[in-house]
Structure formats: C-alpha cells, structure tokens
Design a binder for this molecule. Structure first.
Ligand SMILES: CC(C)(COP(=O)(O)OP(=O)(O)OC[C@H]1O[C@@H](n2cnc3c(N)ncnc32)[C@H](O)[C@@H]1OP(=O)(O)O)[C@@H](O)C(=O)NCCC(=O)NCCS
Length: 178
C-alpha cells in the first residue's frame, strides 16, 4: 500500500536515531552512489551524529516517517566566492524506495534552504549517469538538467560521468503537499 506522504517530515538527526540511522547508513545499496562509506558499527554512527550532524556545520536533515529516521537530505554550502551555491545529496532506506518519499523530502528542503541560507542563489546536484532513480527525483522536484560532466570523479573507485542539475533561488518552487 502506498505511504501517505503527509507522514514524511525533515528534522535534524538526534543521538536516539542511531538504530534507525544504521538501517539506511549501514546499507551498501544506499551508499553505492554516495561519497561516504557504509557505516559498519553503532559506535561509528554515534560519533558521526554527535560530532558532525548535531553541530550543524552543514544543512543536514533526517528524512522521517512518523518522526522515525529513514534517510537524509544534506546540503553543502560553498564558501567565499562560491557562497552563491550549494550541493544537495540524499538517500533513504531501500524498503521505502519508489514511493515518492525522497521527492517530497527534496521539495521540502527546497522550500526551506533558500530561507535558511540567504546567500544561496543556486542549488546543484551531481548524479551518476546510471543512477536513474536519483535523476527522476531531481526532475520531479523541479531541478533542471544542465548537462553531463565526462569522467568527472571517482565514485567507489569507478571513474564516472555525472549529470549536473540545478535549481535557482529565482525558480518556481514546487508545491509541497501536506
Ligand atoms: C535515489 C533515491 C534517493 C530515490 O528515492 P525514492 O524515495 O525511491 O524516490 P522517489 O520514489 O521519490 O522517486 C523515484 C523515481 O525514480 C524512478 N526509478 C526508480 N528506479 C528507476 C530505474 N531503475 N530506472 C528508471 N526510473 C527509476 C521511480 O519510478 C520514481 O519515478 P516515478 O515517480 O516517475 O515513477 C533512492 O533510490 C536511494 O536512496 N538511492 C541510494 C542513494 C542515492 O543514490 N542517492 C542519490 C545520490 S546522487
């Protein structure tokens, strides 16, 4: 049965999320296209939540269903002359794939992040060419595919072509249903 998307929300991660966090951050299928390594222990996860997520150095949110963590949306703002832009990344637990949850989460993030980061003019995302689900999320959330960057970076040891997508502060914001 399809999930009622009104149950989906974004909030900062807490230490008490650690067991739920491990269900997605500890899964190679979720981290396959991500820059970070799969978490292998609860201790490692606790240290990461405490030292990296809670200090709010970046715009990090947990994607929640009924307030339980099932994934993440992170936004990494540039600094100095790059303060006009930020990169967005996301992922959710495999059992929730294909139900529109990440698209809703990205739409919520878009509706909030330009208010939270006043210098932000451009939100961008780099997506492996074979990551069709992620490309679809970005298209459904209203980002524009700008082109392909050939042999742009290594992802998990493989040299990848990446598509680049963007959304501008002046763009038409997607409607976020309740
Ligand atoms: C990418 C990811 C976040 C998508 O999350 P999700 O909640 O399943 O996304 P949604 O349900 O909102 O949308 C997925 C869309 O991709 C489509 N899709 C899924 N797999 C696909 C495939 N192999 N080929 C084509 N389309 C595909 C779905 O049908 C859906 O589109 P639709 O609504 O038009 O039918 C999830 O698969 C994930 O966590 N992947 C691992 C982490 C990752 O790749 N992050 C992005 C790094 S750039």
């Amino acid at each position: 049965m399809a999930i009622d998307l009104s149950r989906i929300s974004l909030r900062p991660l807490k230490l008490t999320d650690v067991d739920d966090f491990m269900l997605w951050a500890g899964d190679d299928q979720v981290t396959r296209f991500l820059r970070w390594k799969t978490f292998t222990s609860k201790e490692e996860a606790l240290t990461f939540i405490n030292d990296v997520c809670i200090p709010h150095l970046r715009w990090r949110r947990s994607i929640c269903i009924d307030d339980r963590s099932i994934g993440f949306v992170s936004i990494f703002p540039g600094s100095g002359d790059d303060r006009c832009r930020a990169d967005i990344g996301y992922g959710i637990a495999t059992k929730y794939w294909g139900q529109g949850i990440t698209t809703k989460a990205v739409k919520i993030a878009l509706s909030q992040v330009f208010k939270d980061l006043p210098n932000l003019a451009r939100l961008q995302s780099f997506v492996a060419v074979e990551n069709l689900a992620s490309q679809r999320v970005l298209e459904k959330a209203g980002l524009l595919k700008e082109g392909m960057l050939r042999k742009y970076t290594y992802l998990k040891g493989n040299l990848e072509d990446l598509f680049v997508y963007s959304f501008l502060a002046t763009g038409s914001f997607p409607v976020v249903d309740p």
